[in-house]
Write a protein that binds this ligand. Structure first.
Ligand SMILES: [Zn+2]
Length: 470
């Protein structure tokens, strides 16, 4: 069934510059078109303050709640400015299965996905100095012969010689994933579709963001064999060519809104005018003293032009303040750790641990038998077999440990400001910055609870150094 939306817009006369009803409706309608919602009704209150619930259209909208999947507002403050009212009405909507969404503040795609991808890049960089100790034994020798060593890769199966050979059906899915990613489809959309078509991970879970993300970044599909630091180009059959792989790596999501000319502005494409909902443009000009400044500016002039260093600086310092709070850093770290497919990792850890103890038990039993002078035929082969099983389990456990995110350590990483420069910090955490004359709302890349994006509100005071984060 198609998803439906009711749009609610409100215009108050108290503010000099705020989005007109028409602007609010336009932005909301665009949002619905983009996200695939059909608009079933529009309610508009003119020149009424949000504090009072004496708003006829608002009341009418609440009374008929249930006619749509969501109620869409331009920004949350359109719904209600009253901190006591808002939760009551939100609950009223929720009770009828209606979700409240804000067009400017909604984070499309999976917020966990975005922050996970972003932060994992950072973590990988921070962890790269550490090289893990691998359990080697005969496996290294196997790797030199490009054998699987028990490592499964979606799209391949094990040949009789324990090397990789292409599994035609699954390989077709891999090619399809790359093709769709290059056509700018989101990782989540592809994963969802695959899951619906019954594609499952090795452990039987429906295909999800993590699996798809891994697939799209797996260089082995180009025929590059990799195992424990041993790399052999052409060591296994290729499913996709190197050019396709590289092209897919270059896709940075379908929501590229930045104007190329000002690509180096850290908030390019993400700074939005609260008046009209359009992107602010990056421009440069000279101040009174002849010094060159860069600005974020609304083309139609709904909001006062803001200096780039001030806007970026204010958001950056608010972010650093946020991260300096251990609780908040830990919360983000947990969010990231949980979105990293914790259950799958836990299951694989248990399997590896079980295999390890079984092998160890088996070896002990044989040893005990030998001590008693019992030597059955085939004992030597059995020992070799168990030792291999043990080595493989140890290797698996080690590999799983590498994949796991320890929230405490991750929080340390987030808090060590040195690891993230200002531009990276902004790019990592900020989904959107909505600029109005009296405040700046930075909407972050993750949800504080379901459907409620984390945000920073910074009061905007138009004096020389007039920025104060709240
Ligand atoms: Zn504007």
């Amino acid at each position: 069934m198609p998803k439906t939306a009711v749009i609610y817009a409100r215009f108050s006369c108290s503010k000099q510059r705020e989005a007109s009803i028409e602007d609010q409706l336009r932005v909301c309608r665009q949002w619905c078109a983009r996200e695939g919602y059909g608009v079933v009704a529009e309610y508009c209150d003119h020149a009424l303050s949000g504090r009072s619930d004496d708003r006829p259209e608002f009341q009418r909208m609440i009374a008929s709640a249930g006619e749509s999947d969501i109620v869409l507002v331009y920004m949350m403050d359109r719904f209600s400015r009253d901190e006591y009212d808002a939760p009551i009405y939100k609950r009223a909507l929720a009770q009828r299965g209606v979700r409240l969404v804000s067009a400017l503040e909604a984070i499309p795609d999976s917020p966990e996905g975005i922050i996970y991808e972003k932060l994992l890049e950072g973590l990988a960089a921070c962890e790269s100095r550490k090289t893990s100790i691998r359990t080697k034994r005969g496996m290294e020798g196997n790797a030199l012969k490009c054998k699987t060593n028990g490592i499964e890769i979606f799209g391949y199966r094990r040949s009789e010689e324990d090397t990789y050979e292409i599994d035609p059906d699954k390989a077709a899915l891999v090619r399809e994933a790359f093709r769709r990613r290059i056509a700018r489809e989101t990782v989540n959309a592809i994963a969802r579709d695959f899951a619906q078509r019954g594609v499952r991970s090795r452990r039987g879970k429906p295909c999800g963001y993590t699996m798809m993300c891994r697939m799209l970044h797996d260089r082995r599909y180009t025929g590059r064999y990799e195992w424990g630091g041993i790399v052999k180009e052409g060591g296994m059959p290729a499913i996709i060519d190197a050019a396709t792989f590289m092209e897919a790596q270059g896709v940075r999501g379908a929501k590229v809104r930045a104007d190329e000319r000002w690509g180096d502005f850290a908030l390019a494409g993400r700074a939005i005018c609260a008046g009209c909902g359009r992107n602010l443009q990056g421009v440069s000009g000279r101040g009174r003293n002849g010094v060159k400044y860069e600005y974020y500016r609304c083309k139609t002039g709904d909001v006062a032009t803001v200096r780039r260093d001030e806007l970026e600086g204010a958001v950056t310092s608010a972010l650093r303040d946020l991260l300096s709070d251990r609780q908040e850093a830990l919360r983000i770290a947990h969010l990231v750790a949980e979105s990293a497919d914790g259950t799958e990792v836990a299951m694989r850890r248990k399997q590896a641990a079980d295999a390890l103890s079984a092998a160890e038990r088996g070896l002990e039993n044989i040893l005990a038998a030998i001590e008693q002078g019992i030597i059955a035929p085939g004992t030597k082969e059995r020992i070799t077999e168990l030792e291999e099983q043990k080595a493989r389990a140890e290797y698996d456990l080690e590999a799983i440990r590498d994949e796991e995110i320890d929230p405490e350590r991750f929080a340390d990483f987030l808090q060590s400001g040195a690891a993230l420069d200002d531009a990276t910090l902004l790019k990592t955490f900020v989904w959107q910055v909505v600029v109005s004359d009296d405040e700046v709302v930075a909407i972050l890349n993750y949800d504080i609870k379901s459907n409620e994006p984390a945000r920073l509100v910074i009061q905007r005071v138009r004096t020389k150094s007039g920025w104060c984060p709240v």
